[in-house]
Design a protein around this ligand. Structure first.
Ligand SMILES: *Cc1c(COP(=O)(O)O)cnc(C)c1O
Length: 437
């Protein structure tokens, strides 16, 4: 049986003989019976497939490419180990993400530390562990890191994050490479050049290259091309001051399909555009080709993740709309409330039935904005049914909260008919564990 909206589901998704949504060979209704809802599942085949797709799209065009997974999209010990098997490196933005990778046994030299306000404590931890690169993002950080590295008697390899001033045409909350952004040293205002000079002068920092990240999700390739050109020209201007661009990173931000209408470029399209711009820049400016680091987060975990919810109350406002409430919502997926993000939804226990009703899938949290999908076209849906929301793997569990003292969902990995718990569901005991008085 054909799965409607297959485009936005993991690669292994299908409808089984019972008419249930099946992913990774697992009947989602059986997963729900075993683990409860809300439940997040990740399809192992899609995770590995996406990591390989980026590695081969870029690697076939530019062999010295490294795929570095951005942990903030979603990380846990099990996922880190899986992506290490796929030869990914790891981008982190906090001491907590570093702790997760340490627990997973990730080699520290595979780790790249980002962030616009890393604390002295976090920088100390990163240095002590021996992270591969620190991507410096402020003058304060240049000073702090220099002092900490001196104290530790180490030389830390760094990249400088520059802001090329390119608008990637995404939501303003997730735009990062424009001039008016808290991220990166602006090229246009001279701070980027100053940061490079200071890093070059430093005795305990070894400047390896430049990084930028434009925002996310970016549905066009042109912003990468434009920014690559700007950053290469910048690097070329600083050559006589001693900058050797050995490493270049255009960040992540690669888009995925959240709805059937979305048309994200394929990894090959991003690769073709970025690699061509990089090669062209090197030719035009007579520079040696640097190594390339790409940093997909969303594009690896997003399509692999599916959220499963149980339907509870339905409220019909005659002539206005019908609300179908589920047992999760903004506590586990804040993206619709935060960015107006759009999703598809499917009734997992009637997966092959054509849409018959238009309803608004609402969460259970005490905010009117807690709506997961507005005007979803669903098969007939009633209390006890299971609603699946695809493309939920990125920035959902990692942005989850305990709003309303709600425990966060369990997360499972599925593949070849087996399911394994990646993270257990929180208990009330977990919620109370931090109360001190
Ligand atoms: C968030 C982030 C990424 C990943 O963005 P995605 O949209 O998840 O691909 C990559 N690099 C940096 C520096 C980031 O902050």
């Amino acid at each position: 049986m054909v799965l409607p909206k297959a485009k936005v589901f993991p690669d292994t998704a299908r409808v089984n003989g019972k008419g249930h949504l099946e992913i990774g060979g697992c009947d989602t209704l059986e997963l729900v019976a075993q683990y409860g809802t809300p439940l997040y599942l990740f399809d192992e085949a899609t995770l590995r497939g996406r990591a390989r797709a980026f590695a081969s799209a870029f690697g076939s065009r530019y062999p010295s490419t490294r795929v570095v997974y951005a942990c903030k999209a979603f990380i846990c010990v099990g996922l880190a180990r899986l992506l290490l098997e796929e030869e990914c490196g790891f981008d982190v933005v906090s001491g907590g993400e570093i702790a997760a990778l340490r627990a997973a046994g990730i080699p520290p030299e595979q780790v790249y530390f980002h962030g616009n306000n890393k604390s002295p404590q976090e920088l100390r931890e990163a240095l002590e562990w021996g992270v591969g690169r620190v991507v410096v993002d402020s003058f304060l950080e240049l000073e702090l890191l220099e002092d900490l590295a001196a104290q530790a008697g180490k030389t830390q390899e760094v990249r400088v994050r520059v802001s090329p001033g390119v608008d990637p045409h995404t939501h303003h909350h997730t735009t990062t490479g424009v001039l008016d952004s808290k991220f990166g040293f602006p090229i246009a205002k001279g701070q980027a050049a100053e940061a490079v000079r200071r890093a070059l002068r430093s005795r305990h920092l070894a400047l390896r290259g430049l990084h930028f990240h434009l925002g996310s999700p970016i549905f066009e390739v042109e912003p990468y091309v434009e920014a690559t050109r700007i950053v290469m020209e910048f690097a070329s201007r600083l050559r006589e001051e001693g900058l050797e661009l050995r490493e270049f990173s255009p960040g992540g931000g690669f888009a995925i399909a959240y709805t059937e209408a979305d048309q994200p470029p394929a990894p090959e399209a991003y690769a073709e555009a970025i690699v061509s711009a990089l090669r062209q820049g090197c030719r035009d400016l007579d520079m040696p080709e640097p190594s390339l680091t790409i940093e997909p987060g969303r594009a690896i975990v997003g399509p692999a993740g599916v959220a499963l919810y149980t339907v509870g109350a339905t409220k019909e406002v005659p002539g206005v709309r019908t609300y179908v409430s589920v047992d999760g919502g903004m506590g586990d997926n804040i993206r619709p409330a935060l960015y107006g993000a759009k999703y598809e939804a499917v009734v997992a226990n009637r997966a092959s039935q054509p849409p018959a009703v238009t309803v608004t899938v609402a969460g259970k949290f005490c905010e009117s904005g807690d709506v997961l999908v507005r005007d979803a076209r669903l098969a007939p849906v009633t209390q006890g049914d299971v609603i699946a929301i695809p493309a939920s793997g990125a920035y959902c569990p990692t942005m989850a909260s305990n709003y309303n003292m709600n425990p966060r969902p369990a997360i499972v990995l599925v593949g070849q008919g087996r399911s394994r718990l990646l993270r257990r569901r929180e208990t009330y005991g977990d919620l109370l564990r931090y109360d001190a008085l």
